[in-house]
Design a binder for this molecule. Structure first.
Ligand SMILES: [Zn+2]
Length: 252
C-alpha cells in the first residue's frame, strides 16, 4: 500500500485489495458502485464475505462485480453481477458467503461489532448492542425463529425453501426443518410479490432487447423485520451476463 494514508478507511482498503471485484469502467472512468456503505461494526463480516467471494471466483476473477453493499432493515445486503466465465458452482459459493454475512449482521452491532440484536427506533430498525441500541429492543414472539436464515430459491415455476439456524460462535449454519417454522402461510403474499418481481425483471430485460436473462440473483428482506429473519430469493437463469446498461444504483 502506498500513497496518502490520511483519508484511508477500511472500506477503501478493502476495495483496493480486490479491484477486480469492485472496479467498473463506465464512460472511461473507474467507478466503485460496490463501495461498502455500512457501519464500522460490520467491518470484519464484510471483509470475510469479500475474501470468500474472491476465493469462490478465483478461477475466473474477472467474472463478478460487487454492485452494492449496504444496510437494509438492519441487516447487510451485498448485491453483485456475474459475467462470462461465472459458473453455477461459483454462484453457490458466492451465495453462501453472502448469506453468512447477512446472518451475522443480524446479530452483530453495526456500530461496534459486539453481539447485537434488533432495535426499533422511531420508524427505523438497527442491529446494535445494549450500549449503542436506540429505541426499543424488538421482542421475538417465536424464540425458535431467532437467527433463522431462510432461503427461497425460485427457479421458473419451482420454488424451494431452506431454513438454517445461524451459529454466531462458529460463523456457520445448522439446518432447520422448514415445516417446523410455519413458513408457507406467512410467506404466501411475500412470495407472490417476489415472483412478480422476477417476472417484472424478465420483462424489463426482454424489453431491453436481452431476453432469457434475469439480473443475477435477487436478495430481499423479510417483509417484517420484527422476527429478525432474513430471506433470500434466488432467480436462476441459464446464463448470467453482464447487464447491457449499468445496474440501477444511486452510487453511479
Ligand atoms: Zn455495539
Amino acid at each position: 500500500m502506498s500513497g496518502n494514508q490520511t483519508n484511508r478507511t477500511w472500506q477503501a482498503d478493502l476495495v483496493a485489495r480486490f479491484p477486480h471485484l469492485f472496479d467498473t469502467e463506465i464512460h472511461g472512468q473507474i467507478r466503485r458502485p460496490g463501495f461498502p456503505e455500512v457501519g464500522d461494526g460490520w467491518k470484519d463480516l464484510v471483509q470475510l464475505a469479500i475474501e470468500r467471494i474472491a476465493v469462490a471466483v478465483s478461477a475466473a476473477p474477472d467474472s463478478l462485480r460487487i454492485t452494492q453493499i449496504k444496510s437494509k432493515f438492519a441487516t447487510i445486503r451485498i448485491y453483485w453481477w456475474a459475467g462470462p466465465g461465472f459458473t453455477d458452482a461459483m454462484g453457490d459459493a458466492v451465495d453462501e458467503a453472502v448469506e453468512l454475512a447477512e446472518a451475522r449482521s443480524a446479530c452483530t452491532c453495526e456500530t461496534c461489532g459486539e453481539p447485537g440484536r434488533l432495535f426499533k427506533h422511531g420508524g427505523w430498525f438497527l442491529t446494535a448492542c445494549e450500549t449503542y441500541g436506540k429505541g426499543k429492543p424488538v421482542t421475538n414472539h417465536r424464540p425458535e425463529h431467532e437467527n433463522v436464515h431462510v432461503t427461497w430459491r425460485v427457479i421458473g415455476a419451482t420454488r424451494t425453501v431452506r431454513a438454517r439456524h445461524y451459529i454466531r460462535g462458529t460463523d456457520s449454519f445448522v439446518d432447520v426443518d422448514p415445516s417446523s417454522l410455519d413458513l408457507e402461510r406467512k410467506t404466501s403474499s411475500w412470495l407472490a410479490s417476489a415472483a412478480a418481481l422476477a417476472v417484472m425483471k424478465g420483462l424489463l430485460n426482454t424489453m431491453a432487447g436481452t431476453p432469457a436473462r434475469i439480473a443475477g440473483r435477487t436478495t430481499s428482506s423479510w417483509p417484517s423485520p420484527l422476527m429478525n429473519w432474513l430471506t433470500t430469493t434466488r432467480s436462476s437463469s441459464p446464463s448470467r451476463k453482464w447487464p447491457t446498461t449499468a445496474p440501477t444504483n444511486p452510487n453511479f
